[in-house]
Each structure stands twice: as C-alpha cells, then as structure tokens.
Write a protein that binds this ligand. Sequence first.
Ligand SMILES: *[C@@H]1O[C@H](CO)[C@@H](O)[C@H](O)[C@H]1NC(C)=O
Ligand SMILES: *[C@@H]1O[C@H](CO)[C@@H](O)[C@H](O)[C@H]1NC(C)=O
Ligand SMILES: *[C@@H]1O[C@H](CO)[C@@H](O)[C@H](O)[C@H]1NC(C)=O
Ligand SMILES: *[C@@H]1O[C@H](CO)[C@@H](O)[C@H](O)[C@H]1NC(C)=O
Ligand SMILES: *[C@@H]1O[C@H](CO)[C@@H](O)[C@H](O)[C@H]1NC(C)=O
Length: 420
Amino acid sequence: MTSKGNDVIFPLLLFIAVFKNTFGKNWDFGIDEDATSQDYPRDSLSNFTEFARNYGYAAEEHTVITEDGYILSIFRIPKGKNCRGRVRQPPVLLMHGLLQSSDSWLDAGPSAGLAFLISDACYDLWVGNVRGTYYGRRNVRLNPDADSQFWNFTSHEMGILDVPSIINYMLNETGSSELIYVGYSQGARIFFIMCSETFGYCDKIKVSINIAPAARVKYTRSVPIQLLTRFYAVTEPFLSGPRELEVLQKEGLIQKASSFFCKDSILAGTVCRAALALIDSYDPGSILTQTIRVLFGHFPAGTSARNLAVFGQNVIAGRFQKYDYGPSKNLELYGTVNPPLYNLNRTNMPVVLLHSENDLLVDSKDVQWLSAQLPNLIESYKVRHSTWTHFDNCYSRYTNITIFLKIREYLHKYSKYGSV
Ligand SMILES: *[C@@H]1O[C@H](CO)[C@@H](O)[C@H](O)[C@H]1NC(C)=O
Ligand SMILES: *[C@@H]1O[C@H](CO)[C@@H](O)[C@H](O)[C@H]1NC(C)=O
Ligand SMILES: *[C@@H]1O[C@H](CO)[C@@H](O)[C@H](O)[C@H]1NC(C)=O
Ligand SMILES: *[C@@H]1O[C@H](CO)[C@@H](O)[C@H](O)[C@H]1NC(C)=O
Ligand SMILES: *[C@@H]1O[C@H](CO)[C@@H](O)[C@H](O)[C@H]1NC(C)=O
C-alpha cells in the first residue's frame, strides 16, 4: 500500500536528480552551506547514542518492556555537557511526534535540537520512543514481520501502555516520585490519552508542556496529511498482513529514497525543502539545508496503518476520539454507536501549550479548543514568530529563541537543583 505514494514521488525525485546532474552544474540554487557534499552526512546514519556522543553528550540506552510485550529503546542524557554534576530535578521526558523517533530531537544539531537544549539547561533528560518506530519494532511474543497482531495498535495503546511503562521505568531508575513531560504533536496526544484512560500516572507529572498538540485535529489544513490519513481511514479495514499494516517505516522505500536524494545538498535545499513545505508550510531560512540532509535518515520512522487511520477518522469527525470500528462493532466494544471521546477533564495537572499560526498540521483553532477543555491550563502560548510551522518545532535553527525560552521558563519553574 505504501507503494502508491512511491509511484509519484520516486520517479519525480529520479527525474530531478538526473536533470540536476546533467544541467544543474551551472545553476545557482542559493545553497546555504556544505554545498559540495553528496555523501550521507554522518549524523543521518547515527542512532541516538552515537549522534549525541559525537557532540560530547553522554547518552545511555535503556530498554522498556510494555505490559503487552513491546520492547522500546529509550535514551537518557543524565547530565548536561557543562553542568558539572549539578542537575535539576525532577527528570524530564521528551516525546516525539507521528512518524518520528527520539532522533528527531537531535537532527537540528547541538545549537537547536531540543534534546541538546534541554540537556544544556542541566536536566536529567529521557527521550522516549513509541511502538512501531524503528526503536519500538520488537515484541517479546509477536514478530513484526510475521504477525499482523503486532501492528494492531493506534495512538491509544501508545497512551495507555507505552507512556506509562516509560514513566514507571524512569521513576524506578531515578528514584524520583515525579517527572516533567514534554510532548510534541502525537507525543502530546498520547499524554492526554494516558490521562483520560489510566489512573495514577498523570498524578506523577509535575507539569506537562505540549508543543503543537495533536488532540483534536478538526482544522488540519495540510493537504498531503489529509490525503494520507483519510486514505488509511478508508482502506485500513481491508489491509492484511504485516507488509500492508506497517507503513512508512525506516528502510522502507519512501524513507530510503528520501534519505538517498536528500543527502545531496542541492536536492536537500530545493526539492526536499519544498516537500517539507508542501506537507507543512514554509518558513524561509528557518530549517538549514544541513538539517534536511540529516533528518531523512530518521524520518519517516514507521507506524501502523491503523494509527494513520485513526488520525484520518479524527480529521473527518472533527473529534478527539477513539478508533471507529463502524456502528455495530462500536456498540459491541464501546457500548455506543459513535466512538467515545477522550476525557480531557482528567488532565488535571498543570498544562502548558505552545502553538503557532503557520502550523498547517495542528491548527491554532484546535489548540484553542483544547485549552478550553483543560481544567488546569497554565498558559497557551502562541509562538511570536508569525511564520513558525509544525516542523520548525524540531528542525528549525531558531528553536532556542522561539519555543525553548518558553519551555525553559516552565521547566525551571517546576524544578530545582538536586543532588546526583
Ligand atoms: C546504536 O549504535 C551503537 C553503536 O553502533 C550500537 O552499539 C547500539 O546497539 C545502537 N543502539 C540502537 C538502539 O540501535
Ligand atoms: C540559547 O539562547 C540563550 C539565551 O539567549 C543563550 O545563552 C544560549 O547560548 C543559546 N544556546 C545555544 C545552544 O545557542
Ligand atoms: C485488534 O485488537 C482489537 C482489540 O484491541 C480486536 O478487537 C481486533 O479484533 C484486533 N484486530 C485484528 C485485526 O487483530
Ligand atoms: C527497578 O530497578 C531495579 C534496580 O535499579 C531493578 O532491579 C528492577 O527490576 C526495576 N523494576 C522495574 C519494574 O523496572
Ligand atoms: C468536565 O467537567 C465539567 C465540570 O465538572 C463538566 O461540565 C463536563 O461535562 C466534563 N466533561 C467531560 C467530558 O466529562
């Protein structure tokens, strides 16, 4: 099923690559840096620990096993590079968005990747991964290449199983009784799902900072995301077998082709930049060509067709709701004809939201709606930079002066220096 998109994208990229190599020599594409390089950049081939260590950050790898047997690799940068043993408590958990992984927080490099910035501010930083990504593609019983059941999940299971297991693991490992949650896009969605559907976990969150939170997605304007998720909303019930149920995985055709073409500085600065702008929106000069060369080594990171389907269903319904099985099975499973809404009333710890006008994936109108549902909203902050996009939150060179100042304000407010 993923090959549908390749039918268009792959020949297009190929055409441009050939065209560029034949005629492009004398063209000035206005490339901002590293214009001569055509090899894979080192960072695009690195995993989290290698990437962080290459910049002098001591990263650890940890393995979390969920209640239903998914094996997740998560990462920790226990002390900032220049913190001399003084680390603020409680620990911080950073969760990536849809089709991303922990590595997305490094791709913009040490001056802009949020994992670097939070660590530099002297926090005990944990960077999570959810099931279905290349760091969550294992299970104690199920084989992702052979068992369809492995791919039978959505953001619901990430919220009720993955995040709680990561929290248990972190608290046990650090001896802390609480933590700070920072979630982006789907990473925020699964936080609200956890609070709605589980007991005892949200009480352990001191403050939850949510960047471009994808809870209700009624006003999502991105045409490619609409098409992709609506496509799966319609076709997913008819898919079968792991090869159809796993989508946009690392080492899949789309990711391999994207990383192959986008490693080239000229293509990265033109075609790949345009592709990102087409999915999201355009913020001139914000994402470095070098970051684009690196990020496609880690994106898309894979998920289930069913997870994309539930996003599509939510876009169509304009509601923050559970998977829709159709009226009769809904009635059987949920006791109602329509899928139940997630209950945002239960998210009763302090919550901070960040959003922006030029984000075509998570619209400010949906974030406004979300703010009104939350019983303990501290601040809903609209990013000052008027062209700030959805992807800017992880990939922009300017995260430090746009979103991180606000994030740091709340990290600081809800933490203090502790002994390590
Ligand atoms: C990351 O790379 C290192 C070095 O190649 C390797 O030892 C480690 O197992 C890798 N970790 C993951 C989660 O892939
Ligand atoms: C981020 O901004 C702060 C304050 O403006 C500055 O002190 C710090 O050096 C910046 N960090 C990076 C990595 O650029
Ligand atoms: C997926 O899991 C749900 C319950 O979580 C179950 O009702 C359904 O039959 C499963 N679907 C498949 C295709 O295994
Ligand atoms: C908690 O940590 C201890 C040692 O640090 C370990 O032996 C134990 O298995 C952990 N428990 C859980 C539930 O992870
Ligand atoms: C949330 O709480 C308010 C006030 O207690 C109540 O009016 C509202 O119906 C609740 N919403 C949900 C979804 O439970």
